[in-house]
Design a binder for this molecule. Sequence first.
Ligand code: AHR
Length: 523
Amino acid sequence: MLPLSYKISFYRRIHMKKASIYLDRAFTVGTVDPRLFGSFLEHLGRAIYGGIYEPTHPLADEDGFRQDVLDLVKKLQIPIVRYPGGNFVSGFQWEDSIGPKASRKKRLSLAWKTTETNEFGFHEFMKWCKKTNISPMYSVNLGTRGADAARNIVEYANHPGGSYWSDLRIQNGSPDPFNIKLWCLGNEMDAPWQTGQKSAVDYGKTAREAAKLMKLVDPSIELVACGSTGPLIQTFGDWELTMLNECYDYVDYVSLHRYYENPDDDTANFLANTLDMDDFIHTVSCLCDSIKGKKHSKKTLNLSFDEWNVWYHSKPLDPLIQAAHCWETAPPLLQDVYTFTDALMIGGMLITLLSHADRIKIGCLAQLVNVIAPIMTADNGPAWVQTIFYPFAHVSLFGRGTVLQTLVDSPRYDSKDFCDVPFISAIAVSNENGDLTIFCLNREEQDNFLLSINLRDFPGYDLAEYLQLSHPDRNAVNSQAFPDLVKPVSGKTGTFENGYYQLEIPPLSWNVLRFKSINSKDN
Ligand code: AHR
């Protein structure tokens, strides 16, 4: 006679929703470029001042950098940071940010209606990058300025010496060139709010000439052209075709930007937005390839998804803060407080990015500290991490290697804006040690899901660690008072049955399964 507990568990499993994941070592998507796990720091709100830089803070180092923030940033293992904007860069004069601090000019930042003191400038950023082991992704102003200012900063940053700008850098205390490899040709130049907005033809020509001059100064650099602000802007598509027609041969990447919202607290629909993101990436790839075809070019343009995140919590508040703090330095703008559900969406977006690893070489979670960010700080107080910190950290740490085509057989649902949304999305990455990591989002809201992972092509593998982010309250947040309300748990769970690894995952959950081979180099 079977024990009662066995019978109950058997019947539970029979009635549980089920999904299967199939993998084959030979079927790969591509190699992950580590720059996919980049982030973004803009002179906006408290990202710089009061974020990474606060000289009066008890934990500030000799350069005024907050050590507590630095430590949290290091935990994310971010390879690149886009800087100094964003909308900010389109009115920025980079020369204001060099030289003795006391004589740096204060300027109005029209993008955010703030005053930029330039106390934290170019050399300070480069120093911060060195301390965090991050490479800069520097954006130039193609809004209110153009090719001349752009080629000058390349000369300032990268030319060894013996010219006006490179000698000025040496005079300013940096004898060695910085060799900044990656540059953005402006920011969201299609957007009506951008200072110096351009038509697609005008931008394409400006980008081409800036690219030409910048690469004449340093042919080793790589350049990102501005794609559309997002797929919802009316000129999307036309913008890519027209501007690339002008500058295709001169640039290396096209940018994509996308932020998602959940204003109606509709979890099912919100989490389904990864389908939109997938479609967006696919469409931009096709737009690039159509210009490749038209130009009979041998070059395939890769993608730089250099702004992505969830952004909506602060939107109703920001105009009020802007009005109350007009022209102040570092007002508390775009300080979204992220819920547990937002963290799930970030997990879903990361799965989507990985599933396009063949084409997307650069990604920037926008942004890094205080401004729509995974890390928050209080002035003169502590730093803590938001819910979205965790899925990003998991994928940055364990998602490097080769992405495998990950076939997920899952039941589906319809939501307000989407049809046929799989409850389960997953992606598998195998790394150079042979470790296999599966990232999995469960969109089901009520019940556990039974997940079966076909590991027949991975004999000798066993689960080394299972990380799970789940929470009974989908609107739970971390805060200064309760910094650890939402955080992942680690453990081991599941069993092998006929080459399938089976485990139950909770409703609305982010799951990371780390499998190791008994022959793994780590063992
Ligand atoms: O990341 C915040 C802002 O969003 C950036 O400045 C801009 O590029 C985008 O519109």
